[in-house]
Design a protein around this ligand. Structure first.
Ligand code: OOG
Ligand code: NI
Length: 497
């Protein structure tokens, strides 16, 4: 029975992401157009890749082609919150969806009185199923100038609003008491419905008067966007494109008012980080509250006044390789350099492209060799015997040392290899005893030392006589030891997961 079984957080996240996307399509139809454009371009890109057999032997395509299913689902969105208590509850909502806060973004560097984190899945498995992320910003009232009372007004408006329905809070409580915070199917349905209210546009009914809105907007537009509304409305949703340049052209061709330039690194053979663009925020009708002094005090109802608000938009993004700390330092350095040089008559894009061209390697092997990007390694099925042999030849002692740690841990056993050869003096003794059969003195070679002979050791002449080289027994034992180590190492780590 579906109602009595737990819903996996990954499944719930996908259902939530799809519901959110549907809601935003209804609220902002232009976002629906954006999704269609991106899906058409992704389809075309994937079939073009397939027909050229995808992988480039020179190693130029750096981003693993995600499964088309995941790609079609992939979205990020953004919300802006006013109070720490709101963020706390939002954290619980996203935990039920298998999304956890990752990364700190100080937005004051861009002149915004806010800081942010991103809620997203954190394991490779969950990311592979659906990487839905929500960029979540929290107002920092202490960064808002306070002389004109805008800050106090914002806090006063925020203290009045309730972002979460009682039903949602009750389900969150239930989830926390259930195994791993999971929900049953019937609870999951209510959870999604109620959580969507928190992030909806709520028909554009504001929580403030026009005057209050104007005062906050004059201080900072984002302050009005957060504090004058009753919901933490999603302000954009972003599908992922495999070709942002083509998608941007298609947006323009459809007549969308598009952001002037694509953010992030320049276009590259090996994409890194993230490139983003958007259609501009729409001016949307809003119903503001009437000033209480003008309202109908007999019924307690307040009339609404028509106004507008500009905040919601649609964004697209192309994702590339995650970079290491070194890769990020180089990116930040080149971006700062390009920004500083952008006034010399060339466009920002030209300067950025030039700045990156010679300085940021654009070859997969080089990016890996310089450890500028992170890679996920996996086996192809081919045995790395030759490479391991080389490594063992070069680092023999270290490998043996390591093997004995594995022995100490009981992972490997070490058995002595049987000596298959002979000892010269023993052999000589045996000779003696055989030559002087029956003599008791023959068992003691010191009693009758062998007669002195000229120093020998002419292996070469024996080999000459043999007509072939004589194998050194040592190489055979070393080989046997190495073979066994090789086989064990392959079995341990490289032939199994
Ligand atoms: C969040 C902006 C950040 C992105 O894609 O970088 C973001 C916001 O506007 O609230 O979503
Ligand atoms: Ni975004």
């Amino acid at each position: 029975d579906a109602a009595t079984s737990f819903v996996h957080a990954d499944e719930l996240r996908t259902a939530f992401a799809m519901a959110t996307s549907q809601m935003y399509k209804n609220e902002v139809p232009l976002y629906g157009d954006l999704v269609r454009i991106v899906q058409d371009i992704n389809q075309a890109t994937l079939s073009a890749n397939n027909s050229t057999n995808g992988s480039d032997p020179q190693g130029s395509s750096s981003v693993t082609p995600d499964s088309p299913e995941r790609l079609n689902l992939e979205r990020h969105g953004a919300i802006r919150l006013g109070l720490p208590s709101e963020l706390r509850t939002v954290r619980h909502i996203f935990a039920v969806l298998g999304m956890y806060p990752v990364g700190y973004y100080d937005l004051s560097v861009a002149g915004l009185p806010m800081h942010a984190t991103c809620f997203r899945p954190i394991t490779s498995e969950s990311l592979a199923r659906n990487p839905f992320r929500i960029f979540t910003t929290l107002l920092q009232p202490e960064l808002v100038k306070s002389d004109d009372g805008a800050r106090d007004l914002a806090l006063q408006l925020l203290s009045r609003r309730k972002l979460f329905t009682a039903e949602l809070l009750s389900i969150l409580n239930t989830a926390e008491q259930q195994q791993q915070g999971h929900l049953y199917a019937d609870q999951a349905e209510v959870f999604i419905r109620e959580a969507l209210r928190t992030f909806s546009w709520a028909s554009g009914v504001a929580a403030s008067t026009v005057d209050e809105y104007a005062r906050l907007r004059a201080e900072h537009p984002v302050l009005a966007d957060i504090a004058c509304f009753r919901t933490a409305h999603i302000n954009h949703l972003t599908p992922r494109t495999l070709n942002i340049d083509a998608a941007q052209d298609a947006m323009v061709a459809e007549g969308m008012a598009v952001k002037e330039r694509i953010e992030g690194p320049p276009r590259r053979r090996c994409p890194i980080l993230l490139r983003q663009t958007s259609f501009l925020a729409l001016d949307e009708p809003v119903h503001f509250l009437c000033d209480p002094s003008e309202g109908d005090t007999t019924t307690g109802e307040r009339n609404l006044v028509q106004g507008s608000h500009c905040a919601r938009f649609g964004e697209i993004e192309e994702r590339g390789a995650a970079v290491t700390a070194a890769g990020r330092r180089l990116y930040d350095e080149l971006l700062a350099k390009a920004t500083a040089a952008a006034n010399d008559g060339r466009t920002y894009d030209e300067v950025t492209a030039d700045t990156f061209r010679d300085r940021y390697p654009d070859d997969l092997r080089e990016l890996c060799r310089q450890q500028l990007i992170y890679c996920r390694y996996r086996c192809t099925g081919k045995q790395p015997t030759k490479i391991l042999e080389d490594v063992m030849a070069k680092y023999q002692e270290a490998v043996i040392c390591w093997a004995h740690r594995l022995v100490d841990d009981g992972v490997l056993v070490a058995e002595p290899i049987t000596y298959e050869d002979f000892l010269p003096f023993s052999a000589a003794g045996i000779f003696q005893s055989n030559l002087q059969k029956g003599s008791s003195a023959a068992s003691d070679p010191t009693a009758h030392p062998p007669p002195p002979v000229a120093p020998g050791g002419a292996q070469g002449s024996l080999e000459e006589a043999l007509g072939c080289a004589i194998t050194d027994p040592d190489t055979l034992y070393a080989q046997a030891q190495k073979d066994s180590l090789l086989a064990s190492l392959l079995e341990l780590g490289l032939t199994r997961t």
